[in-house]
Design a protein around this ligand. Structure first.
Ligand code: 4AD
Ligand code: MG
Length: 468
């Protein structure tokens, strides 16, 4: 038999092309289930191209017994057969097998995904196999679609993609919790005369870390190309074991010259809505599945966001609302304290029942680069808060004034020698500019309706966990 090229199951099921009926095709994929009787076997085959399986019908007497015995849940097979309209319910077409080839058998006794309905916790322990489940197939396809939609949005809107470095000699957020990158001998590092580690002998001749944000580099590019964005991995060594924190996550950071904070908020709102609209228009099968299995308000919630106008108010106004809410929060609220996700979610889910953008936070709880307001107390920050998530975006207008920025750097004891290059952009052709950071996994959490951030990234990095 001549060998046919493989056809994706998505193409067979979605073809809507009646000319394909009666023709021969080859599909390859992983067996989800096999059932039937002594005359006929029904094999549900999935190749990850779409959430749906194709049904393979095999007349038992046409095949070696041993061959059919090896068609087990989890095995990888190739089927050549004729596409026919399916008399059964649940699928428009099926494939009548002419040739079956076992590409990779899977031992029925030990394959961990025999049954349906494994807990998400269990699946985290087999992260190497969980992409074979419907849930992770759906999440990973949506993740892909969102990454694509992000690049498309920026490309369509005149932004340039900048690759910011992953290894950095600076600490953008001033948060401190960074992963060190070194080639020094951990047991026996060279020491200075004062007994400190001598980084001048390290690979880069200075102390380096994995980046917490590409923002500072994006700013340099924005002050040349006007509208840029980064989209890359970022790393935070905080010991936060929550359903919304990862030690390694992906962040999208647009940075725009000539944008003030209002322009920044307008962009953030339009960007989020257009990404969610893209998911509704392009990920319908996967969203339907997640809506049915995990969260039956998911699709409704996504539509509501697309149609809503985000509420905008200041941090100070939000604190007043929280203080008079009569809620029994775990963490106390008061002007000057950072908002916790319980506070953010109260504002979004209970008080306004819409996404909220908070602005003008106290300068003490925000990073050094934010534009200082005239009140001397607050900075031109903006955080976008979402239902179920809390903070999904953090951003600000940047301090473009050289003197003010330098003063703030001194106040915070940031060594000038670490940020001289950043300061120079304020010396040479400075401009009003703004930007924000969207946590990619928080976006995926929202769009998929999953509840734990560990379930929206293929291989989550969290404290005590880097097995796969
Ligand atoms: O608010 P953050 O820390 O802001 C920045 O890093 C700025 N440099 C962004 C900018 O203005 N260019 O982080 C931005 C977003 C958060 O709103 C959140 O969605 C996400 O990144 N994020 C995390 N996501 C997963 N795990 C973590 N540990 C995260 N920390 C922040
Ligand atoms: Mg933040």
């Amino acid at each position: 038999m001549e060998t046919l090229k493989r056809t994706r199951i998505a193409d067979l099921l979605k073809s809507g092309n009646t000319e394909w009926i009666g023709k021969e095709f080859c599909v390859k994929g992983w067996v989800r289930t096999k059932r039937g009787n002594k005359n006929v076997a029904f094999i549900a085959l999935n190749d990850g191209s779409i959430i749906h399986n194709i049904q393979i019908v095999a007349e038992v007497q046409q095949f070696e017994e041993e061959l059919l015995r090896l068609v087990t849940t989890g095995s990888c097979i190739s089927i050549t057969g004729v596409l026919v309209e399916s008399p059964g319910q649940g699928q428009p077409v099926e494939l009548q097998a002419k040739r079956i080839e076992i590409l990779g058998p899977a031992d029925a006794e030990t394959y961990p995904l025999q049954k349906k309905g494994h807990s998400l916790e269990f699946l985290r322990e087999i992260a190497h196999l969980r992409p074979r489940t419907n849930t992770f197939g759906a999440v990973l396809r949506i993740r892909h679609a969102m990454a694509f939609a992000i690049h498309k949005y920026f490309n369509d809107n005149g932004f340039y993609y900048i690759h910011s470095p992953i290894i950095t000699g600076s600490d953008a957020e001033g948060a401190g919790a960074m992963f060190r990158v070194t080639t020094l001998d951990a047991k026996n590092p060279p020491l200075t005369e004062e007994g400190k580690i001598d980084y001048s002998q390290d690979f880069f001749g200075k102390e380096t870390n994995l980046t917490v944000s590409g923002q500072l580099e994006a700013e340099l590019a924005a002050l040349a190309l006007a509208q840029v964005y980064t989209f890359g991995p970022t790393f935070r060594a905080e010991n936060s074991n929550t359903p919304r924190h990862l030690a390694e996550f992906w962040m999208i950071e647009p940075e725009m010259a000539f944008f003030d904070i209002i322009d920044d908020m307008d962009l953030a709102e339009d960007f989020l809505k257009s990404l969610i609209r893209y998911a509704l228009e392009n990920c319908a099968d996967d969203l339907d599945f997640l809506n049915k299995m995990y969260d039956n308000e998911l699709i409704e919630r996504l539509k509501t966001i697309v149609d809503s106008t985000f509420v905008r108010l200041t941090y100070t106004e939000a604190v007043k609302i929280l203080e008079s809410s009569g809620q029994d929060f775990e963490f106390p609220v008061g002007w000057g304290t950072d908002l916790q996700s319980e506070h953010e979610r109260y504002l979004v889910e209970k008080y306004f029942t819409k996404p909220v953008i908070l602005t003008d936070y106290p300068k003490e709880i925000k990073a050094f680069y934010m534009k200082q307001n005239d009140d001397g107390k607050t900075v031109r920050a903006m955080d976008v808060l979402f239902p179920r998530i809390g903070e999904i975006i953090g951003g600000s207008q940047r301090e473009e004034n050289y003197e003010k920025l330098l003063n703030r750097i001194h106040e915070l004891d940031i060594p000038e020698k670490d940020v001289w290059w950043y300061l120079e952009t304020r010396k040479f052709g400075s401009a009003v500019h703004s930007g924000f950071g969207l946590g990619f996994e928080r976006l995926i959490l929202f769009v998929t309706g999953m509840s734990n951030i560990r379930d929206v990234i293929p291989f989550p990095r969290t404290p005590q966990n880097a097995e796969f």
